[in-house]
Design a protein around this ligand. Structure first.
Ligand code: UT7
Length: 328
């Protein structure tokens, strides 16, 4: 059967606690002017004690279910994109499963595509819906980035925040639905964004802790150049896959890493900023959560209207990049 799979509901959840540039000025040798000029970020959200990747992921999922008019028992699969999971094992999707309490043993697993994770998770979910006959899938992007931040490293600690976004995907009425996808990894930059300790290559040890290897490391300038180059490639390929042209995009939803990267993407597609989602100023880089938070926030604000064609695009650790074009 030829199915028409698309987005049925979206939701997001960010922690209440705010970490402003002024707060960071007290921790490292930086200043608001430098951060705003280089990144566009003014503040980011930070998890409090008792909150985790899974708790905000579950809350974003509940809101997406409510938006779709569904309960967890309408869901056949949970996929969570994260690079900052609660644990190495079990998967954060399984922890979220335990919080949402489906009455059946529906499958749940994580996808680690770093900041591109949500887009890759959408693609995996759509594939499994086609091969396994699943009706509705919860796709979540949830990140606890600040739990992996060294607040003495000024070039990284200013960038990241915590948050989660989710989408329920299922059968929608034509012409709505996913239209085209692209996904890539350029592993020549495999070590440009990393958390070096805690995995099997470098298990946790006193030495690893002393050398601060459990924190996020980013070669910012290299990633910046890569991002500006590949965002267009990702969108162009997803458009080609859909048999569409750039002028058919109504709304651009880029990964929220840096205002200058978002501006570059907007310019490439001649999109005025009213048609580009940009919340990096308030949330910073929330990795795999950034695209679904931007999507859900724009939806909630009424900026996304039925029939619009959205181009979601992201890049991140791996180095990964990818895009999904969807009509809502
Ligand atoms: O989502 C995937 C992960 N995201 C990214 O990797 C983000 C992509 N990269 C970027 O957004 C930008 O490269 C950054 C915002 C991270 C950095 O901006 P930049 O314009 O590439 O600056 P830079 O790293 O080349 O640093 C310029 C200067 C350096 O000083 P010197 O060597 O020129 O004297 C840094 O030491 O700015 C200095 N610097 C800072 N100064 C004040 C670095 N961090 C800070 C800081 N405050 N927080």
């Amino acid at each position: 059967m030829n199915r028409n799979i698309g987005i049925k509901g979206v939701g997001y959840c960010v922690p209440d606690k705010v970490l402003s540039n002024a707060d960071l000025e007290k921790l490292v040798d930086t200043n608001d002017e430098w951060i705003v000029e280089r990144t566009g970020i003014r503040e980011r959200r930070v998890l409090s004690e008792g909150e985790n990747c899974s708790t905000i992921g579950a809350e974003a999922a509940r809101r997406a279910l409510a938006h779709a008019g569904m309960t967890i028992d309408d869901i056949d699969l949970i996929v969570c994109a994260t690079f900052s999971p609660d644990y190495l094992c079990p998967a954060t999707a399984c922890v979220i499963h335990s919080l949402l309490k489906p009455s059946k043993h529906i499958p749940a697993f994580d996808v680690n595509g770093a900041c591109t994770g949500f887009i890759m998770a959408l693609q995996v979910a759509q594939g499994m819906m086609t091969t396994m006959g699943y009706k509705n899938v919860l796709v979540i992007g949830a990140e606890a980035c600040t739990r992996f931040i060294d607040y003495s490293n000024r070039s990284v600690c200013i960038l990241f925040g915590d948050g989660a976004g989710a989408a329920v995907i299922g059968d929608v009425e034509a012409p709505a639905g996913f239209l085209g996808h692209s996904a890539h990894a350029d592993s020549t930059g495999v070590h440009l964004i990393s958390i070096d300790a805690g995995g099997s290559a470098c298990p946790i040890s006193q030495k690893a802790v002393d050398e601060r290897l459990g924190f996020i490391q980013v070669e910012g300038r290299e990633v910046y150049k890569f991002a500006v180059k590949v965002l267009g490639t990702a969108v162009d390929q997803a458009l080609a896959n859909a048999g569409m042209t750039p002028d058919q995009i109504d709304f651009l939803i880029p990964h929220q890493a840096n205002i200058r990267i978002i501006d570059a993407a907007a310019k490439r597609y001649n999109m005025p900023m009213e048609r580009v989602v940009c919340n990096v100023e308030r949330f910073g880089n929330t990795s795999a959560a950034s695209v679904p938070i931007a999507l859900a926030e724009a939806w909630e604000q009424g900026r996304i209207k039925p029939g619009m064609v959205l181009a979601m695009v992201a890049f991140g650790g791996g180095l990964t990049y990818g895009s999904t074009i969807v009509r809502v």
